[in-house]
Design a protein around this ligand. Sequence first.
Ligand code: GDP
Ligand code: ZN
Length: 293
Amino acid sequence: MPEGRIVKALSGFYYVQVMDDIYQCKGRGVFRKRNITPLVGDFVSFDVREGNEGYITEIEPRTNELIRPPIANITQAIIVSSAVMPDFSTTLLDRFLVLIEAKGIEPVIFITKTDLLTDEQQHEMIKYQKDYEAIGYRIELFSAKEPTDIERIKRYMNDHVTVIAGQSGVGKSTLINSLRPESTLKTGDISKSLGRGKHTTRHVELFEINNGLVADTPGFSALDFEEIEAEELSACFPELRERQDLCKFRGCLHDKEPKCAVKESVEKEEIPSYRYEHYLNFLEEIQTRKPRY
Ligand code: GDP
Ligand code: ZN
């Protein structure tokens, strides 16, 4: 029985890729009974009927799954933030980082629109870049208008199944389109002229780029911490996670507790104070379960 990966879902059909071949498959009724639906990104077995048509018979266990966009087995999420228009926000970036860390997905930070920066703003962005690099994150500053920049960032896709995340207007569609080999669409401009939202895509598709797969629809649009418990939050901050065992109290929330290694590191400026402030804000948000934005 052939095996492959679902790379596209459209109108009740699943498109399963096996090497260079694509099979158009239907899901078996048995999945409905078991209450599972095949997802883009799933590894599946299928029965071939005629030519390149078939029926999915088995779904391999997933390492993870997203609801928006509905994709399984993601290995990496790229958070797109713009340096300006809209202004760069470490609060928003940290919010995305926490949500992605909580899912057990590896984050990468892309800061776009650097072509619009003044020298002074450029310096400020490089300072942030160093902060996040010191934490251990991979972070790139670039302009989507610069073809050499696009060539450089393609290497991040290698061997990964990538979902792009980020707030509206930061340049996600522009990035996806510049990575998509066959596409010539300039999404931002077109959606403006049509006067409607940009994410009108009804299907989900993974496209191949640089020996990896990228989702054509951005994800992580719900920015609340509904699924994260207070005790789990510090594990979503790598620089807090690595100090957890140094705190006096097991299960230290790095808030009011004495002899807290995290607070000591913030005082010594080994941890950026804004990161710690965001941690405390998010903690309070979780403890009161009232969104702050
Ligand atoms: P999305 O909402 O995140 O998908 O954002 P879009 O991709 O639609 O981009 C929003 C606007 O920013 C569009 O007008 C793009 O042309 C523009 N844009 C995207 N990336 C860059 C960039 O690197 N430099 C500049 N100057 N503009 C950009
Ligand atoms: Zn502590």
